[in-house]
Ligand binder design. Sequence first.
Ligand code: SAH
Length: 344
Amino acid sequence: MYDIKSMTIEELQEWTVQQGEKKFRAGQLYDWIHRKKVRSYEAMTNIPGSLLQKCRQQGELVALTKVRMQESKLDGTRKYLFACSDGNVVESVWMKYKHGNSVCISSQVGCRMGCSFCASTLDGLERNLLASEMLDQVYAIEEDTGERVSNVVVMGTGEPMDNYENLVRFLKMLTDENGLHISQRNITVSTCGIVPRMRQLAEEKLQITLALSLHAVTDEKRKKLMPIANRYCIRELMDACAYYFEQTGRRITFEYSLVNGVNDTMEDAKGLIRLAKPLHCHVNLIPVNPIKERDYVQSSRESVENFKKNLENAHVQVTVRREMGRDIDGACGQLRRRHLSEAD
Ligand code: SAH
């Protein structure tokens, strides 16, 4: 079976020709799917019935269905729960900023990375998402809000580098001039640090931002928070970051979730400065979002501020992530987990 929504325009051209149809039909199909974002074959009014019949026979048009949407009364952030055709559910977030609308998408159903503070990984990995299922999170949200999306972050459930082929396909299609045509510079992919895939992504020479979930500045401490640290040490991570910068000219972002008494001391700040400075990284501090399954405590406002000041004084570019949607299960994977447990 084909997944037409995951096919690039070149692949679609090849396919239509194989079907004995004119090549230009591929452009029309692509336009319906990725520009007009229709959710069924029936809506494609200028495509001959015979071709639509072939489309239907060879594969469904992937379209997620909205199961639930929660809107924050505080800041208008919307959290969506979508169902795939096999019944799996994924969550995505829509955030409104002054500079445009941003969507945070999931790359997998569940996750197998096992980071100790994260709700998405508690039940392990169910499966990878297809490129079409990643694209449709953005399409369905544009449809639902009636507004254009300008920024996409791959920071929802899942480890994008653990679903590499589909991720790169998704990135290329999302930025394709025949589709939504989102600027590569407005896309961020976040990884827990799978070194060979970071290097491979560097070689794709895309202008996207790579964010590394660092969270600790010594291997010893990092291993306690993130099992992936047993595979790749910080030295290797820094080399991969330098390589990414060299290949793409794009500065890396370090994500650093502050956990009270675990990684928020002066020593930690100094270590972070040592790592961030030579790479000219941007550091994004995230006060850890406590999940009920673990007893991590958010750093106090004061220690977040102190930590930030330390970095600023050393001329490291630093921001504290504004907490959006606190009232709507903000942290990764919480909405999906709640939905699954209610369904039991
Ligand atoms: N797997 C990818 C992307 C998904 S998570 C990655 O590891 O980067 C997006 C970011 O949120 C990561 O930096 C992750 O470590 C962080 N995160 C997950 N759960 C969190 C929590 N409860 N509080 C704060 N940050 C969290």
